[in-house]
Design a protein around this ligand. Structure first.
Ligand code: WQD
Length: 345
């Protein structure tokens, strides 16, 4: 029976993972309210979100989370039951260049959100965390019990938020938080209507690769060929954005009656090197993808792979879509939307 009673506020709901999660929640009967500052997203995405879901968003607001009055007005206007918090900056290399901005947006924005939630007696939150908090892991795959050793300001900002959330849950009754440590979300909605559309040149490897395949960028710079991996290039655990969206709905639905904070890795549980991803994208697109090996990127680590069994045990769920599907869906979106969301669907 579709849910029609629960109202979810999705911060960063115009972003890559946020928009796919809005579709998932709309398709399961939630009322969805979005706040987004569009610093790395386009309002064009909302029409597509509604077209894919076949339902309307409840409301959308262009807000910087650090604007307490504006955020408070949203909570005054809507009977919000739960918050899914994506809004934040998310690029490793950028965070090394602008650390203060990353702490201000990611930690400051989260603190303002928690303060307004508390003021309105709303204590259920799904938080967008990241595998990058593990840093240079001693061993892979990584479980949620592995130590946090962030190696860049982005990762440190996510770890700081997790520690704040854990302390709030310890000291204040009634708070229920699910922190989801994404490995590397990739791919696009199979409809070809939603995908990853970063502002400016893509920082992440999959959208960059897609732009090279489409001929909009000359070649891929492979950051580092001397890691202790099978082919010397960085290994990541890529997880389809559709699987990530499903996991957010499941996390949200497991919050009720479960006070405290729980942490889950979100990954496929298998690693793919940059050159292996390149080969998969070539197969999906049928395009040559010129590349060159260049020095390592500051803040990067050699390998990050998830042990996804905690989520499997807790929710009876595993990611099912493989790297080939991620490349096929990302390529379809890139091919159908040469100008990103500026193209009319
Ligand atoms: C992947 C691999 C690079 C670009 C991302 C998100 C972060 C978090 C974790 C969610 C690395 C290499 C990259 C390029 C390359 N996800 N690379 N050339 O840094 O693992 O972090 O996933 O929270 O938000 O940013 O992702 O795609 O940038 O890098 O060779 O042009 O590809 O060195 O090995 P990363 P990425």
């Amino acid at each position: 029976m579709p849910r029609t009673l629960s109202t979810a506020l999705v911060t960063g709901g115009a972003g890559f993972i946020g928009s796919h999660t809005c579709v998932e929640l709309l398709e399961h009967g939630y009322e969805v309210i979005v706040v987004d500052d569009h610093s790395n997203s386009s309002p064009e995405v909302f029409a597509r979100t509604e077209k894919v879901a076949g339902r309307c968003l409840g409301a959308v607001y262009r807000i910087d989370l650090r604007d307490r009055d504006a955020l408070n007005a949203v909570f005054n206007r809507h009977p919000i039951d739960v918050v899914v918090h994506f809004a934040g900056k998310k690029e490793v290399a950028e965070s090394v260049r602008t650390p203060v901005e990353y702490y201000d947006v990611n930690v400051g924005g989260t603190l303002t959100l928690l303060s307004v939630m508390q003021e309105h007696g709303i204590h259920r939150l799904v938080f967008s965390s990241s595998c990058s908090i593990y840093g240079e892991a001693d061993r892979i795959p990584l479980t949620e019990a592995d130590p946090a050793r962030p190696t860049n300001p982005y990762a440190a900002s996510k770890w700081t938020c997790e520690q704040i959330l854990a302390d709030v849950c310890r000291r204040r009754d009634g708070w229920a938080v699910m922190s989801l440590r994404y490995f590397n979300p990739a791919g696009a909605h199979p409809s070809g209507l939603l995908g990853e559309v970063p502002r400016g040149a893509p920082g992440n490897v999959m959208p960059y690769m897609a732009q090279v395949a489409a001929g909009r960028l000359d070649r891929l710079n492979v950051f580092g060929g001397d890691y202790a991996t099978s082919d010397g290039t960085g290994i990541r655990d890529y997880i389809h954005v559709m699987d990530v969206a499903e996991a957010h709905r499941l996390a949200l639905e497991h919050l009720a009656g479960r006070p405290g904070m729980r942490v889950f890795n979100l990954g496929l549980g298998s690693g793919t090197s940059v050159l292996e991803l390149l080969a998969a994208f070539r197969r999906a697109s049928g395009r040559p993808i010129p590349y060159r090996i260049v020095p390592r990127r500051p803040g990067d680590v050699g390998a990050l792979v998830a042990d996804p069994t905690a989520a499997a045990r807790a929710w009876g769920w595993r990611a099912t879509r493989d790297v080939a599907a991620m490349c096929q869906d990302a390529w379809r979106f890139t091919r159908l939307n040469p100008a990103g969301y500026a193209d009319r669907p």
